[in-house]
Write a protein that binds this ligand. Structure first.
Ligand SMILES: Cc1ncc(C[n+]2csc(CCOP(=O)(O)OP(=O)(O)O)c2C)c(N)n1
Length: 392
């Protein structure tokens, strides 16, 4: 591991992880005056579960709220594990795992009000959970039986976006719309570190800033864009890019659910009060593969993965609950039992998803009837009818 990542990992303070400073090597030795200050990492819970305060992001959580955040983290991890298992058993074509990113998603998702609109990528299963999208609805697209699986307007949660970064533009457009409606809501756009190099995301920063749109850009920096490491894309820490566009950027510990909740709440309040966008960089790690069709052992080291395992978001909150005596064995057993039940439900519902008719691929191509589509649909229907009565 060389370059910027080495610099980032050594200078980002994670109090209980005991990170040590290493001499930057390779490309990381190039210094940029004024841009090489230590990035501040906003953290409210250390990896050992110690609660710390931050003057700009105060947060009160009741014992009940802390337990419910734990429950969400565990259930969402289980939904994700079931998605991976279903794909491995041939029931899904693909699955994009969120393993390791639960705190970034649950923390930010819990900060959203029902009237706030979220624009996800393909990995935001935790945000979907917070927005009330039933987990089984996430499976349709990955099983290839529908193009989405939920109505975006029912839960103010847009359909998953595979085209990297395009949803950031949709989010800003939507935010400009609600701004003109005079609504007191905010919009949040999720994307990854790789996506932040995409033109669409940078254009959305320009528009968001120029129009002071009520939008929060939430970047989950999970360190890798498939096999591209983050240091290949950034000369400066990602959150610092916001300054160049004229709005604030902060880096939050993406494995700390409390910090993600507090910082996202503050950013949404900032957006709602007419002060325009904010960029949140949730500094986290993708513990699993990019998707089930990827093999990360080809490009990243076991040591790197292990070092992040020590910062696990669920263990961290559990350590806090234990230290504060907020949960007992019965509570943990109940959450695990609920997770087992949820996994079984998802599995059964996935297998019961109806297969679409082959000609349904022509539906919704255009809003109104279209001569060419009508002809192509009829051609396929005729062709398929030719097999009627044949075996196999
Ligand atoms: C416009 C576009 N270019 C390329 C791809 C192929 N692609 C799929 S995922 C991905 C990497 C995305 O990385 P990042 O934004 O960091 O998100 P992550 O998957 O790590 O959460 C790429 C390049 C795509 N889907 N869309």
């Amino acid at each position: 591991m060389t370059g910027r990542r080495a610099v980032e990992k050594s200078t980002t303070p994670t109090p209980a992880s005991g990170s040590t400073k290493r001499a930057p090597q390779g490309r990381g030795t190039r210094r940029t005056p004024g841009l090489d200050d230590e990035p501040e990492l906003i953290q409210l819970l250390t990896p050992a579960g110690e609660r710390i305060d931050h003057p700009d992001y105060p947060l009160e959580v009741t014992p009940q709220e802390a337990r419910s955040l734990y429950r969400d983290l565990v259930l969402v991890r289980r939904v994700d594990a079931e998605g991976t298992a279903l794909q491995r058993q041939g029931e899904l074509g693909l699955w994009a795992s969120l393993l390791g990113q639960e705190a970034a998603q649950i923390g930010s998702g819990r900060a959203l009000r029902p009237d706030d609109f979220a624009f996800p990528t393909y990995r935001e299963h935790g945000v979907a959970w917070c927005k009330g999208v039933p987990p089984v609805n996430l499976l349709g697209m990955f099983r290839g039986v529908n193009n989405g699986g939920w109505d975006p307007n029912e839960n103010n949660f847009n359909l998953y976006t595979i085209v990297i970064g395009s949803q950031a533009l949709h989010a800003v457009g939507y935010a400009m719309g609600i701004q003109r409606d005079g609504a007191d809501s905010a919009v949040i756009a999720y994307f990854g570190d790789g996506a932040s190099s995409q033109g669409d995301v940078l254009e959305s920063f320009v528009f968001g800033a120029s129009y002071n749109a009520p939008v929060v850009f939430f970047c989950q920096n999970n360190q890798w864009a498939i096999s591209e490491p983050v240091e290949r894309q950034f000369r400066v820490p990602l959150y610092k890019r916001a300054a160049g566009f004229g709005f604030p950027g902060v880096r939050v510990d993406g494995n700390d659910v409390l910090a993600c909740l507090a910082v996202t709440r503050a950013a949404l309040a900032h957006a709602r009060s007419g002060q325009g966008p904010m960029l949140i960089e949730a500094y986290t790690y993708r513990m699993g593969a990019h998707t089930t069709s990827d093999d990360p052992t080809k490009y990243r080291s076991d040591e790197e993965v292990e070092s992040w395992r020590e910062k696990d978001p669920i263990q961290r909150l559990r350590a806090y609950l234990d230290k504060q005596d907020l949960a007992d064995a019965e509570f943990y057993a109940e959450v695990d039992r609920e997770a087992d039940e949820l996994a079984a439900q998802i599995r059964a519902a996935c297998l019961a998803l109806p297969d679409p008719s082959p000609t349904s691929m022509f539906d919704h191509v255009y809003a109104d009837a279209h001569a060419q589509i009508t002809e192509e649909r009829a051609f396929l229907a005729d062709y398929l009818a030719g097999f009627d009565g044949q075996e196999g």
